[in-house]
Write a new protein. Structure first.
Length: 123
């Protein structure tokens, strides 16, 4: 019984860990836009301000923040911001960057101009 409980806890922790997008600096260019290391399109949110994410709670279910690892270092236009929960998120020129849950494969841009407030990151 105790083993099952531990397995359930481990599975829940693994699911939580994969629910946020962790990445090295997403500086790869593809088709004139920035993408993460897997080629997935990066987006910015008009309601964010420089250095501050306004996408919290349920927003992150559809728009996962591109999280930075503990050893991440800013490089060029790619910077880091601290989210309200204390975790670090990648930002482009100070604006936090996100993935879009409905983008299924590299090159998808289904989130571009979503509600006129989400935009592909184009340097």
């Amino acid at each position: 019984m105790q083993t099952r409980s531990l397995l359930a806890i481990a599975a829940a922790c693994a699911a939580l860990a994969t629910s946020l997008a962790h990445a090295e600096a997403p500086v790869k260019m593809s088709g004139g836009m920035l993408v993460d290391s897997k080629g997935m399109t990066l987006y910015t949110f008009d309601k964010d301000t420089a250095g501050k994410s306004a996408c919290t709670g349920g927003c992150t279910d559809l728009w996962p923040p591109v999280m930075a690892g503990a050893d991440a270092k800013p490089e060029g236009d790619m910077t880091l911001i601290k989210r309200d929960d204390g975790n670090m998120q990648w930002a482009y020129k100070g604006k936090p960057v996100y993935l879009f849950k409905q983008d299924a494969k590299p090159g998808d841009m289904k989130g571009n101009n979503f509600k006129d407030i989400w935009h592909v990151v184009k340097p």
